[in-house]
Design a protein around this ligand. Structure first.
Ligand code: AMP
Length: 187
């Protein structure tokens, strides 16, 4: 099964994806995690991405797609994957279409996790305390939320036209949200 998780920063995509991995036995592919790993390993890709990420802007589409292609063509992703943080704009959505066509694959679901903007800010503030992510500071979070509104939200519309979007209420406990996701995937 091939799934795209959509939702604002702090909507719980990463948390939900980790639980989905246990149920579905397919890998969680987070472009943010891949970038953070490249930064930690001080690779050229990591060095190029760090400056952009620290500002809360998007890394270039070509770099991101190259990294994604390398990951989803690995053997463990042959039966499917859960994409988290990609596509982040309409260009990437088109690029993913092309890549999947080339690989003779299709997407099964785009799950859009809906959370109130106030809730998102509160969750990111909490994550900042726990994880200490460089891009979870107040100014950068504000920019990331703007980038989401302007560039990423239209991706939901893109998949709505393909009729593969299900909106998931992101309120309540982690388990509540997971149960809503599993209910959709059971169909
Ligand atoms: P995330 O962990 O998904 O919140 O991503 C953290 C940061 O990594 C973003 O603010 C971007 O700077 C970068 N990033 C992650 N995914 C993408 C993507 N698909 N395209 C461009 N930049 C990305």
């Amino acid at each position: 099964m091939r799934i795209v998780l959509l939702g604002a920063p702090g909507s719980g995509k990463g948390t939900q994806a980790k639980l989905m991995v246990e149920q579905l036995n397919i890998p969680h592919v987070s472009t943010g995690d891949l970038f953070r790993a490249a930064i930690a390993a001080k690779t050229p890709l990591g060095l190029a991405a760090k400056e952009v990420m620290d500002k809360g802007d998007l890394v270039s589409d070509d770099i991101t797609l190259g990294m994604l292609k390398e990951r989803i063509t690995q053997a463990d992703a042959s039966a499917g994957f859960i994409l988290d943080g990609f596509p982040r704009n309409l260009v990437q959505a088109e690029m993913l279409e092309g890549l999947l066509k080339e690989l003779e694959m299709t997407l099964d679901h785009a799950l859009l996790i809906q959370v109130d903007p106030d809730e998102v800010v509160a969750r990111i503030a909490k994550r900042a305390e726990i994880e200490g992510r460089a891009d979870d500071t107040e100014d950068v979070v504000r920019n990331r939320l703007n980038v989401y509104k302007e560039q990423t939200a239209p991706v939901g519309e893109f998949y709505k036209k393909q009729d593969i979007v299900t909106e998931i209420l992101g309120k309540g406990s982690i388990e509540d949200v997971q149960e809503r996701i599993q209910a959709v995937l059971r169909f």
